[in-house]
Design a protein around this ligand. Structure first.
Ligand SMILES: Nc1nc2c(ncn2[C@@H]2O[C@H](COP(=O)(O)OP(=O)(O)OP(=O)(O)O)[C@@H](O)[C@H]2O)c(=O)[nH]1
Ligand SMILES: [Mg+2]
Length: 377
């Protein structure tokens, strides 16, 4: 069968999922797995301009789901809108594969050089509602509309002014990237500081073992967490101390690899471990973002806390989630995600960024116009 299929919506449970069958045999494939409800037109009606049909998705004699089918004439493709449970999606994909369709990544069916298609593709990769909204706003409003407005204003404005605007929009590229690929936060610090307790509290689930035995964590653990609506990959590592234990030494080697790749380090120390902070800071690479987090402030005096705050440290009680507002705002401020204003044009792909960078290097209005038209796609 000459057709390909892909899940167009996110690979997660949702209300509705859309599976596209694409290619010359897409109609033939549909007829094998779909029966319109009695009284409705045959699937051929789709081809003659009736764009939506309701009916049953069938695997032999078994009805898998009630679905709405849409035909995309320009694309020679059929979209099956089924219920969005993962089991239904899996059964449908297996069915299509068994009938000879090639299962591909949705990138292959929808992504081309246009903001509209980039939106359709990248929205399925967004892990949190804020990222979904930020991307969804870029067409037909947002970045798409901004590029159109600039094209219109090219005749009246001087190029310097236009390039200033392009520069501002380009500055959002790092935000777009971090909204779609969760930045990595690595928890490091002395043993027993409460790193694992903090990781579990930020993730709202017990991923790491926390105990008062120094050296509890060996293998690092990782989870995606939602911090004030933004997604991050949070990694908990083994406590740092000099040790002859070969496993502990290996744990530190693994942790050091992660530190090199981190977008942000949270250096966590207990309120009884303040004397260790300077040395631990010195041991971290120079070019990495670090926030110092003092934990267990429930066990210390107000004076100690106010001294820590003066030094710019964030004071928390991980066990009670106290001080988390300052911590989570500090994280988003350092990574830069708080800079994004809802609805603002946002650069969210490398293709968009490269085209805008090209605009910055030309002083020819026609070239700029062409590049902006290309950006819109
Ligand atoms: N009083 C108090 N105890 C805490 C707090 N956070 C963690 N603890 C306790 O401190 C001990 C160590 O916590 P962990 O989270 O295992 O510390 P860790 O930094 O992961 O330790 P290692 O994995 O050994 O490096 C546990 O007994 C926790 O219950 C806090 O905010 N206040
Ligand atoms: Mg631990």
């Amino acid at each position: 069968m000459n057709c390909r299929c892909a899940l167009l919506t996110a690979a997660a449970a949702g209300g509705i999922a859309i599976v596209r069958i694409d290619g010359p045999d897409s109609m033939l494939m549909l007829k094998k797995i779909f029966i319109p409800i009695a009284g409705q037109l045959d699937t051929d009606a789709l081809l003659s301009g009736k764009s939506l049909l309701f009916g049953s998705l069938r695997d032999g004699d078994e009805t898998l789901d009630q679905v709405v089918v849409a035909y995309e004439p320009g694309l020679n493709a059929v979209d099956i809108n089924c219920h969005g449970g993962m089991r239904i999606i899996q059964r449908l994909m297996i069915l299509l594969k068994n009938y000879g369709a090639q299962v591909v990544d949705n990138k292959e069916l929808i992504l081309n050089e246009s903001i509209e298609s980039e939106l359709q593709y990248y929205i399925t990769k967004a892990l949190v509602p804020k990222a979904v909204l930020a991307v969804a706003n870029q067409y037909p409003a947002g970045l798409y509309q901004w590029a159109g407005d600039i094209i219109k204003s090219l005749e009246n404005n001087d190029l310097g002014e236009i390039q200033e605007q392009v520069k501002d929009i380009l500055a959002t590229a790092h935000i777009g990237k971090k909204l779609l690929a969760p930045p990595m936060i690595v928890l490091v610090g002395p043993v027993n500081a409460g790193k694992s307790t903090l990781a579990n509290a930020l993730g709202n689930k017990a991923v790491s073992i926390a105990s008062d035995l120094a050296g509890t964590t060996r293998d690092w653990t990782s989870q995606v967490v939602d911090i004030q609506g933004f997604a991050y990959r949070l990694v908990d590592t083994a406590g740092r101390r000099a040790s002859d234990d070969i496993l502990e030494q290996q744990s530190l080697i693994l942790a050091n690899d992660l530190i090199e790749k981190a977008d942000l380090i949270l250096l966590v120390a207990g309120a009884d471990q303040l004397y260790m902070v300077e040395k631990q800071l010195e041991d971290l690479p120079e070019n990495v973002n670090v926030l110092v987090v003092i934990n267990k402030v429930d066990l210390t005096s107000d004076d100690v806390v106010s001294n820590c705050l003066k030094k710019g440290y964030i004071c928390i009680t991980a066990k009670e989630k106290d001080g988390f507002d300052q911590l989570t705002s500090g994280i988003n401020d350092t990574i830069g995600l708080n800079q994004y204003v809802d609805g603002q044009p946002l650069v969210f792909t490398d293709r968009q960024r490269i085209l805008l960078e090209q605009i910055m290097t030309t002083d020819n209005a026609d070239d700029i116009k062409e590049l902006l038209a290309k950006l819109r796609g």
